[in-house]
Write a protein that binds this ligand. Structure first.
Ligand SMILES: [Ca+2]
Ligand SMILES: [Ca+2]
Ligand SMILES: [Ca+2]
Ligand SMILES: [Ca+2]
Length: 750
């Protein structure tokens, strides 16, 4: 609103507000109030309720429109009616005395990652009856405050949480939390500032060493006379040192344990420019090897040298046949009888390796790679170590492991494949690490049946973060061919608030996934899943359950077979606040998947699901639109549609099935502003294309795989009915184009 225009209309003042001399301004309708009292109308707290307060309101609204004080009439938004109602009250002299607030804020804590800031505010008393905390923020140096997201209040712990995202690294951010109780005297805001983390990949001033598989550890480690092993270089490394690896295959593993870099001077292990170092722990048995002896049926055996490692887990933890993962059976009897009906498989008895090719022939027709170390890089207890530009293959547990207090470590620009997990993290003390810009894939895994994989405990996730700590960041990676893509998981520890707190998974591309592309089960305080794409996943986004929140799931776009959003699998309660805004997706099968939004709750097994908020999502699917929804969850402004050739999808709520969107809306009060309409995405390859013959029959491995996560285009066509139909969501979409935010992952910008 143009403030000068407003003032001219109501006060006939022919000047702009900026030209008004506020000090000494003669109020038109001054109502002196007693100095001791405080009144709601006295916004500028000068002891009088008059035109100066109106100007204060207008000025506040222009500098900080999300400040709750500008919503004078408490209708939830700022508009001209706020100024009018203040004006009317000032003119009438009916002033509102203020009481004591029912709560008092304590401390504010901010926690920056590279792309976000997490906030926690403590308070005493009770936040109720229209009281609230409001987040405002701005980049340092900017004049105007921006609205932050709605804050999440934990009324039991007396904590308030919110996130600011997405941000760029090394951004200085000012934060203001305004507390508002419309019936109480003003509570001073809390303010602080912070800076998002900066990623230092090339520290200056340290030693530079070179390593080559052709070198010698007795060399000085120069480019001309390089060391031979990364392990030797690591033994010399001090904070700020850079170790460049030249091209070649390094037959090492379990590197970089307990290295201590510093935040401003990390220890860097990087591919030398123009070089491709490869870390490969495998013992290779070539085609036509005479090592194989028949054992029984199509099972053959060979004897390996005794396990070369004594570290955690067997060194021989992974076997590939012609570069493809083999299934590990736990007993020789199972390998022989193959109860799970898997393709190529193996079993290890001490150092006797038994294999079955899966093709009823001799292993002499294939090449085998057998991992001899559990990890390439084992960042246990290590601080501020960078691993950059390596190819990592054939490791028995994971390409890279972070654990036991690993912090500030960065794994970037690597290619990781042929390992049970690409990257593995564990321990609550493992915090503040980054896994960025890596290509992480697994050949052959999608050919192994879903239920066979599920029947075992053998790892199968591209990134597996198991009950790790705070501030780990999994951004800008490409993953494909895994059972689960990025898996940030914990199990039934709702009160361990540091687990997966401030975890970011942003801007990743994931495709050809046998189970869940994103599996954020357990959740985390201020967890952010933003801007990712997934294609050809059985389940796109698993949030089953979210026990610690707030979790933000925003601006992701996906294709899926079975479920777009999986909210619970019916074992644990899921009460963590989860905000699912502006996601788009469509199903690639014709029928009989499970649905678009799979809530479960208050089911017979007692697994309740609450506090899930879905807004502005656009979904096309082949089965239920909403599966097993219950009160305590909120759906509005979402758009549903069916794959080609089908009719309107079903909605399930409180154990009742509704066969039309209108019945669902009328009976439940959900989706008051929702749509049942074709979103008109720009390009939807494979939409509803594949038949569905039954769960565990049709799996992604039985159908053509996609070539990348870039196929399709889930932006809206200019004719889309979703344009300008979304909810305005504080701190999420106020940069919309057109009249209002659109529904879906992408705002239409002509
Ligand atoms: Ca005043
Ligand atoms: Ca208002
Ligand atoms: Ca899974
Ligand atoms: Ca719009």
């Amino acid at each position: 609103m143009n403030i000068g225009y407003f003032l001219r209309i109501f006060f006939f003042i022919p000047v702009q507000l900026s030209a008004l001399p506020l000090a000494g301004f003669a109020p038109l309708h001054a109502r002196p109030v007693q100095a001791a009292a405080e009144y709601r109308e006295d916004l500028n707290r000068d002891g009088e309720a008059n035109l100066g307060d109106l100007i204060h309101l207008l000025r506040l609204a222009s500098e900080s429109p999300g400040d709750p004080r500008v919503d004078f009439n408490s209708d939830g938004r700022y508009s001209i009616t706020d100024a009018l109602s203040l004006l009317l009250r000032v003119r009438s002299g009916k002033l509102t005395p203020l009481g004591e607030p029912g709560f008092s804020p304590g401390a504010i804590e901010v926690y920056p990652t590279w792309n976000a800031v997490g906030l926690e505010v403590s308070y005493d008393g009770e936040l109720e009856g229209g009281s609230g905390a409001f987040l405002l923020w701005r980049k340092a140096g900017k004049a105007c405050w921006r609205n932050g997201v709605e804050m999440t209040v934990d009324h039991v712990r007396h904590l308030i949480w919110a996130s600011i995202f997405p941000l760029e690294p090394d951004d200085e951010i000012e934060v203001r939390v305004v507390f508002h109780d419309p019936a109480a005297t003003e509570i001073p805001p809390l303010e602080t500032r912070t800076r998002t983390k900066k990623m230092i990949l090339e520290p200056a001033g340290g030693q530079v060493y070179y390593v080559s598989p052709e070198g010698a550890d007795t060399n000085p480690g120069t480019a001309e006379l390089p060391f031979r092993t990364l392990a030797h270089a690591a033994s010399l490394a001090q904070p700020g040192d850079i170790i460049y690896a030249l091209s070649g295959v390094y037959r090492e593993g379990d590197l970089l344990q307990h290295l201590q870099g510093e935040e401003s001077r990390p220890i860097v292990f990087a591919a030398a420019e123009g070089h491709q170092p490869i870390l490969d722990s495998s013992l290779q048995i070539d085609r036509d090897s005479t090592a194989w002896q028949p054992y029984s049926g199509w099972v053959y055996v060979t004897t390996l040298k005794p396990d070369i490692t004594t570290a955690e887990g067997a060194g021989y933890g992974y076997v590939a046949q012609d570069g493809k993962r083999m299934f590990r059976y736990e007993t020789l009897a199972d390998l022989t009888s193959d109860p799970l009906g898997v393709p190529r498989a193996w079993y290890l008895d001490t150092n006797n390796l038994y294999v079955r090719t899966g093709n009823n022939d001799s292993p002499a027709g294939y090449t085998y790679n057998i991992a001899q170390h559990p990890y390439a890089f084992w960042l246990t207890g290590s601080k501020h170590v960078v691993v950059r530009g390596f190819e990592i293959r054939y490791y028995g547990q994971a390409g890279v492991r972070f654990s036991e207090g690993a912090s500030g470590c960065v794994v970037i620009d690597n290619t990781i494949h042929n390992a049970p997990n690409g990257v593995y993290l564990k321990n609550e003390s493992t915090s503040g690490n980054a896994v960025w810009h890596n290509l992480i894939y697994e050949p052959g895994l999608v050919e192994i049946p879903w239920n066979s994989i599920k029947a075992g405990e053998y790892p199968r996730q591209g990134v597996m973060s198991w009950e790790a700590g705070r501030g780990n960041s999994f951004n800008y990676n490409t993953l494909h061919g895994w059972f689960d893509g990025i898996c940030v998981e914990s199990w039934d520890i709702p009160d361990r608030l540091e687990v997966h707190r401030d975890c970011d998974a942003m801007f990743n591309k994931i495709y050809n996934i046998g189970d869940d592309a994103f599996e954020m089960d357990g959740g985390g305080v201020n967890m952010r899943l933003h801007g990712n794409s997934a294609r050809n996943a059985l389940v796109a986004i698993s949030l089953a359950p979210i026990q610690r929140g707030p979790v933000y799931v925003t601006r992701n776009h996906v294709t899926y077979w079975n479920l777009l959003f999986k909210l619970n699998v019916g074992v644990l309660t899921s009460y963590g606040w989860t905000y699912v805004y502006h996601n788009s997706g469509y199903g690639v099968n014709m029928a009989n998947g499970m649905g678009m939004i799979g809530l479960t709750g208050t089911a017979s097994d007692g697994a309740d699901t609450k506090n899930k908020v879905f807004k502005n999502n656009a979904m096309i699917g082949a089965d239920r639109a909403v599966r097993t929804g219950y009160d305590g969850n909120w759906l509005d402004y979402n758009t549903y549609y069916h794959t080609p050739g089908l009719g309107m999808r079903k909605f399930e709520w409180n154990k009742v099935t509704y066969f039309t969107f209108e019945e669902f809306r009328a009976a439940t009060g959900q989706e008051e502003h929702g749509l049942y309409a074709d979103p008109q995405f720009v390009d939807t390859p494979h939409l509803g294309e594949y038949p569905w013959q039954g769960f565990l029959v049709d799996e992604i491995g039985n159908y053509p795989l996609v070539e990348s996560a870039n196929i399709g285009d889930l932006r809206l066509k200019p004719s889309s009915p979703l344009i300008d139909k979304g909810a305005l969501i504080r701190g999420i979409n106020e940069d919309f184009s057109g009249k209002r935010p659109d529904i879906g992952a992408f705002e239409y910008r002509p």
